[in-house]
Design a protein. Structure first.
Length: 350
């Protein structure tokens, strides 16, 4: 049994946008309930986040931007970006506690092998701009802080959207391997993350984007993952792995058109978990991310946590989908072309 910590604060539920906005904290509440019902917290420790200071937040966000969020949080109206991220009363505090959860997850690695913050994963937030429902970028901040203790860090982002904010905040960092598998299509948010975005300066070659076409099922998703991500992580040999486990790559997500089943998700999580033990002495941080089919996202996160923590899987089998999902011949051809191109760009042999 590997020691696993689950970072949680009931205030996570305050980060939930009003009206018919798709981002609701119901996902996190449902995940915790699924774990509680199966006795998971007899074997996983629940740990509260230690609230970080604004000074720490300013390591990746400008002070002007932080003040802007505080002001809009008090007003409780208006927009924080071009339209996706509305302000509501208390959004500053709600965002801060979630960012604190991911920072705490890194600090807890001193005592635990694996740490989980399903309240994190806000990978669209930029240095001075909110974006895509994300106010503060917990992932970039936590990785920057983790670099004080870990020399080489790998980030594997399987959210259905490209993690543009995290990528650009760490774009020139040679100590962080940034990998993102995401849907890529004209006019699909955020419009970034093609195969030619590979990093800059000393970080050139340390960003790997795997842009997948709509309709990519388990078979071709796992093919791309195993052909590109696994060999690059083995080559890099990280001493810490971050997994951003967005639930919106799921085949019934209402926003993203990828076709991953829970079986596909679990295969990725098992492989990342294994790589963490192979190269990083087991050190693994998992965050949440997107996921707009709340029931499916809760199942994905509960199954992932059960895998990481080494729980008795018989308690979780009812949460799994029946079978893997196949891609069409058209999609297979597209993914094969993308993988071949990426191998050439990143120096991987066929």
């Amino acid at each position: 049994m590997h020691k696993t910590a689950f970072v949680w604060d009931d205030r996570y539920l305050n980060y939930s946008f009003p009206g018919n906005h798709p981002f609701k904290s119901l996902r996190e509440a449902m995940t915790k309930k699924l774990l509680e019902e199966r006795g998971a917290f007899h074997e996983i420790d629940i740990q509260p986040p230690k609230i970080i200071s604004e000074e720490l937040l300013s390591l990746i966000h400008t002070k002007e931007y932080i003040e802007f969020i505080k002001r809009k949080s008090e007003e409780g109206s208006g927009l924080l970006d071009d339209g996706d991220t509305p302000a509501f009363k208390g959004i500053f505090e709600a965002a801060l506690v979630r960012v604190s959860g991911t920072v705490t997850a890194v600090e807890l690695l001193k005592s635990y092998d694996h740490t989980v913050n399903i309240g994190g994963g806000f990978h669209h937030a930029k240095r001075s701009q909110a974006s895509g429902f994300c106010v503060f970028n917990d992932v970039a901040l936590a990785i920057k802080l983790a670099e004080k203790s870990f020399k080489k860090i790998a980030l594997v982002d399987i959210d259905g959207h490209h993690g543009d904010g995290t990528q650009y905040l760490l774009y020139d960092d040679p100590n962080v391997l940034k990998v993102s598998l995401h849907m890529f299509h004209p006019r699909f948010f955020p419009g970034t993350g093609d195969e030619y975005e590979i990093g800059s300066g000393e970080g050139k070659g340390m960003t790997i984007n795997i842009p997948l076409p709509p309709g990519t099922g388990d078979d071709m998703y796992l093919y791309a993952f195993n052909e590109i991500v696994v060999p690059k992580i083995k080559e890099f040999k990280p001493d810490l792995i971050f997994l951003l486990n967005g639930g919106d790559s799921y085949y019934e997500d209402p926003i993203v058109e990828l076709k991953l089943s829970t079986k596909g998700y679990l295969e990725v999580v098992r492989t990342v978990h294994s790589l963490a033990h192979q190269f990083a002495n087991g050190k693994l941080v998992m965050t949440g991310g997107g996921g707009y089919n709340y029931e499916a996202t809760a199942r994905i996160w509960a199954l992932s946590i059960a895998e990481i923590a080494g729980l008795d899987f018989t308690e979780f089998e009812t949460l799994e989908d029946c079978c893997l999902i196949a891609s069409s011949e058209f999609v297979k051809k597209r993914v094969l072309e993308i993988v071949d191109k990426l191998k050439k760009i990143h120096g991987l042999s066929n």
